[in-house]
Design a protein around this ligand. Structure first.
Ligand code: ADE
Ligand code: ZN
Length: 341
C-alpha cells in the first residue's frame, strides 16, 4: 500500500504532463455550472445524477459522454476557466510543464463556435497559469479521426494564420477503423507549419497503427501505445529510436484496455528499454490527475526509483526548449536529493 509520505512525495515530484485533453478535465460540477450559465439542456439535473454515467466499457462509451458534455463550453471565458482549473490542479500535482490537447473540430463544426474564441480562451488560461504557477507548455491541436477529412482540412485552414500559437498536431478519438494512414496529408501540412507531431495509436487499435503513425505521420511520440506489446520487433525499434510513449494507466483501466493495474505493460516496456512517461489523459473522467497515475503504478511493482525515472523521461520527451529542460531537470535533482532517491 502507498503510504501518506509516498503519496505526498509523488505529488511534489517535478514532472511534465504530455498527454492531457483539456476537455477531459471538465469536472461534473463545472459541466453542470456551465450548462446553467449557457442555457444548455442536459439530461441530468444534479451532479450526482451525472456522476452515475461515469462507468465505461470501452473508449467509445467514454467518448459519447465526453462529447456530450463538451457542448457546455461556449465562450472564451469558459475555456479560460477550464484551463485555469486544470493548471491549478496540475500545479498541486508537481507539473512544471504541460502539453495540452484540444479538439477544435468538435467546438467549431459540432458546437458552432469560432476557432479564435476557443484559442483565445485556452491561451489566456495558459498565460495566467504560467504567471501564477510557473507552468510552461503549449497546445496540441488534435485531429478528431472519426470526423470528416474535410473538417480536418478546414480546421487547419483556420489554424494557419495563428500557426505560431500551436505547438503540435495530434490525432485522437475513436481509433479502430480510422488508421493513421488516412491522415498523412494533414500531418504533412502541420509539419510545414513548423508543428511537432504526435498521435494516439495502439490504445484500442493494433500495433500496425503505431507503425503507421511513425512511418506515415512521422509521429515524434506515441500516445498510449499499449498494443506495442503485441509486436516485439516494433517494440525493439521504438526502444532503439527513443520514441516516447505517453502512458495513461488510470485511463487504460477505466476504459477496460487492461483488466487490472498489475496488467499494465509499462513495467515490461521499461524492461525492454522503451521510453515511457506517465499522464492523466482525461482526469475528470478516469478518477485522478497525474500524481494519482504515478500512485496507481506505485501500487503495482514499480519502485520509487522507477517512478522518478518516469518523471525524468517526461521532461526529456517534452518539446520544451533546452533551457527549460535544464531548469526542470535541476528541480528534479533537488527533489531527489531532498527525498534520498
Ligand atoms: N479523446 C479524449 N481522450 C481520448 C482517448 N483516451 N483516446 C482517444 N481519444 C480521446
Ligand atoms: Zn488521449
Amino acid at each position: 500500500m502507498v503510504g501518506t509520505a509516498q503519496r505526498q512525495a509523488l505529488r511534489t515530484l517535478p514532472k511534465a504532463e504530455l498527454h492531457l485533453h483539456i476537455e477531459g478535465t471538465l469536472e461534473p460540477e463545472l459541466a453542470m455550472k456551465l450548462a446553467q450559465r449557457n442555457n444548455i439542456d442536459l439530461p441530468w439535473h444534479t451532479v450526482e445524477e451525472l456522476e452515475r454515467e461515469y462507468q465505461f466499457e470501452n473508449l467509445q462509451s467514454f467518448l459519447d459522454l465526453y462529447y456530450q458534455l463538451m457542448q457546455t463550453l461556449r465562450t472564451a471565458d469558459d475555456f479560460r476557466d477550464l484551463m485555469l482549473a486544470y493548471l491549478e490542479r496540475a500545479h498541486n500535482n508537481g507539473v512544471m510543464h504541460a502539453e495540452i490537447f484540444f479538439d477544435p473540430q468538435v467546438h467549431v463544426f459540432t458546437n458552432h463556435l469560432d476557432y479564435n474564441t476557443v484559442l483565445d480562451g485556452l491561451r489566456e488560461g495558459m498565460r495566467i497559469g504560467r504567471e501564477r504557477y510557473g507552468i510552461s507548455g503549449g497546445l496540441i491541436l488534435s485531429i478528431v479521426r472519426d470526423m470528416s477529412l474535410e473538417s480536418a482540412n478546414a480546421i487547419l485552414d483556420m489554424a494557419e494564420p495563428r500557426k505560431n500559437e500551436i505547438l503540435g498536431i495530434g490525432l485522437d478519438s475513436a481509433e479502430v477503423g480510422y488508421p493513421p494512414e488516412l491522415f498523412a496529408d494533414q500531418f504533412e501540412r502541420a509539419r510545414s507549419f513548423g508543428w511537432h507531431a504526435v498521435a494516439h495509436a495502439g490504445e484500442e487499435g493494433p500495433a500496425d497503427y503505431i507503425r503507421q503513425a511513425l512511418d506515415l505521420l512521422r509521429a515524434e511520440r506515441i500516445d498510449h501505445g499499449t498494443h506495442l506489446l503485441d509486436d516485439t520487433e516494433l517494440m525493439e525499434r521504438v526502444a532503439r529510436d527513443g520514441i516516447a510513449l505517453t502512458c495513461c494507466p488510470l485511463s487504460n483501466l477505466r476504459l477496460q484496455v487492461i483488466n487490472s493495474m498489475n496488467e499494465h505493460p509499462i513495467a515490461r516496456f521499461m524492461r525492454e528499454g522503451v521510453t515511457c512517461t506517465v499522464n492523466s489523459d482525461d482526469p475528470a473522467y478516469f478518477g485522478g490527475y497525474v500524481a494519482a497515475n504515478y500512485e496507481a503504478l506505485a501500487e503495482t511493482r514499480l519502485s520509487m526509483e522507477q517512478l522518478v525515472a518516469l518523471a525524468g523521461n517526461s521532461i526529456d520527451a517534452s518539446f520544451a526548449d533546452d533551457a527549460r529542460k535544464t531548469t526542470m531537470r535541476a528541480q528534479l535533482d533537488s527533489w531527489r536529493t531532498a527525498h534520498g532517491f
